[in-house]
Design a protein around this ligand. Structure first.
Ligand SMILES: Cc1cc2nc3c(=O)[nH]c(=O)nc-3n(C[C@H](O)[C@H](O)[C@H](O)COP(=O)(O)O)c2cc1C
Length: 454
């Protein structure tokens, strides 16, 4: 049966678009990922099309990639710190959600609660946080650590981190700020609470020096597909950013994560599965293909080889031409590349170095990727949505600003015509857009429990 809800869309909008060589496109703004105006333009475009959110992936390093890759692409390179640029976006928009990626491994809960709470307050309830536990060893070196903490420890820390952040958001009850000028009473001290958290990873007294955020708790995204990642999502997340290249795999993940929610007292509708979707769209399939081919043609030969080598855990391609078939190779004993096995399988299909690059450049090969007309893109999204591979998408437009502009001009009206996407925002907060209730303060929850129990 057809679904009655609608597709959610969070657009990755960090300046250049997702194709690794899109920065060389003549239409790309100069130094776009560090240009305030270029990035604000994308936020305005996304809001005019009623997209749910701007979504910014992030990490705390220049990138673990080799210098040959890094020096020839904007994709993994210089960019704004998410909370800072999202705050600027908040000032020029009024409805669209603003989702920052931040790591529980390399930050602390008090600072995170302040950043996130401030963004929620100044945007009128539009903040979201993509909770990541980080996985690239090179990041550790920027935080005085010799190595990446073990996987289980990162996830244990993440659970506690989330508990502390939520506890801090409850420092002030919703009506704690009295602001009575005549009486000279700023806040009601009886309605402000210390947290006094003493845990394995954090000791935090509180209270947070901020009012309760408009959304109560800003919207939580989660990204990470291991057993522990799935549990974190099922127990805590409002949305999941996943990377699944096929309907089959996405459907299995969808069912798996939603199936884990009941044991946490949650219903499947309380979490939106939003796999990554790379889109290169134009008026016809043929024009879209040409656009994609042109972007691929912008890749420097050294970048082509470096990207393939890096995806295959450093496979030596120095003696090969980009149009040679990828040589056979053994899997390394330990791999730190999260999608290594997907890449290795692909490389063994017998493709050339250039062909593999083109797949990596167009959506990273680990996500859904569609090149085509508005109908082709909408057909793909509709099938994924109706067959419960996805409740929405984390959209990676190919280039910028054209990628997002084209998606908004061509695909959004097609989705709206099919009744699959909103024509007006449902409210003013990201929770409103996602159809998520605002969590009550624990004092209100407790009072309700007492009332219903009496
Ligand atoms: C689709 C997807 C997107 C991710 N985005 C980020 C990101 O922007 N920044 C980051 O530091 N980690 C990111 N991660 C890494 C995860 O947070 C996590 O640390 C990693 O996947 C290891 O956890 P896992 O074993 O549960 O997958 C992402 C993971 C996935 C699957």
């Amino acid at each position: 049966m057809s679904r009655t809800d609608q597709i959610k869309i969070a657009a990755i909008a960090n300046g250049y678009g997702s194709h690794t060589s899109a920065w060389r496109h003549p239409g790309a703004a100069h130094n776009a990922s560090q240009s305030l105006q270029a990035v604000l333009h994308l936020a305005r475009v996304a809001e005019a099309a009623k997209l749910d959110a701007i979504f910014l992936p992030d990490s705390n390093q220049l990138s673990a990639r080799d210098p040959e890759t890094l020096s020839r692409t904007a994709r993994y390179n210089v960019k704004f710190e998410p909370f800072t640029i999202l705050s600027a976006m908040a000032a020029v928009t009024s409805r669209i959600g603003l989702v920052a990626t931040a790591s529980t491994t390399y930050s602390n809960p008090y600072t995170m609660a302040r950043l996130l709470g401030s963004l929620d307050i100044l945007s009128g309830g539009r903040a979201g946080w993509n909770v990541v536990t980080s996985y690239v060893p090179a990041e550790a070196a920027n935080f005085g650590l010799k190595d990446l903490p073990p996987h289980a420890e990162r996830y244990a820390r993440a659970h506690e981190f989330l508990d502390v952040v939520r506890g801090l958001f409850d420092s002030f009850e919703d009506d704690a700020l009295v602001l009575d000028k005549a009486e000279g009473l700023f806040y009601d001290p009886a309605k402000v609470h210390e947290l006094n958290h003493e845990g394995a990873h954090f000791q935090v007294r509180g209270p947070l020096n901020q009012q309760r955020p408009p959304q109560g708790y800003p919207v939580l995204f989660q990204a990470g597909g291991s057993e522990q990642g799935r549990e974190l999502a099922a127990s805590n997340a409002d949305a999941v950013y996943s990377g699944e290249p096929t309907f089959e795999r996405a459907r299995a993940l969808y069912a798996d994560i939603k199936g884990r929610m009941a044991k946490y007292g949650r219903t499947p509708e309380q979490l939106k599965m939003m796999p990554g979707l790379y889109v290169c769209v134009a008026e016809t399939d043929e024009l879209a293909r040409q656009k994609a081919d042109y972007l691929n043609s912008l890749a420097h030969p050294k970048l082509i080889k470096a990207m393939v080598s890096s995806a295959l855990a450093g496979l030596d391609l120095s003696g090969y031409d980009v149009d040679d078939t990828i040589p056979s190779f053994e899997d390394p004993e330990v791999v730190h590349i999260s999608q290594y096995h997907t890449f290795a399988e692909m490389a063994r299909e017998g493709m050339t170095i250039r062909q593999m690059h083109d797949r990596l450049a167009n959506g990273g090969a680990a996500h859904f990727a569609v090149v085509g007309s508005p109908q082709t893109v909408a057909d793909f999204m509709e099938e994924a949505f109706q067959t419960r591979c996805a409740d929405g998408f984390s959209l990676s437009p190919a280039g910028a600003p054209d990628g997002l502009e084209s998606f908004c001009q061509l695909v959004v009206p097609e989705l709206q015509r099919r009744g699959l996407f909103r024509t007006e925002y449902e409210g003013t907060t990201l929770r409103d857009s996602f159809g998520l209730a605002r969590p009550d303060h624990p004092v209100v929850r407790a009072a309700r429990g007492t009332a219903s129990g009496s």
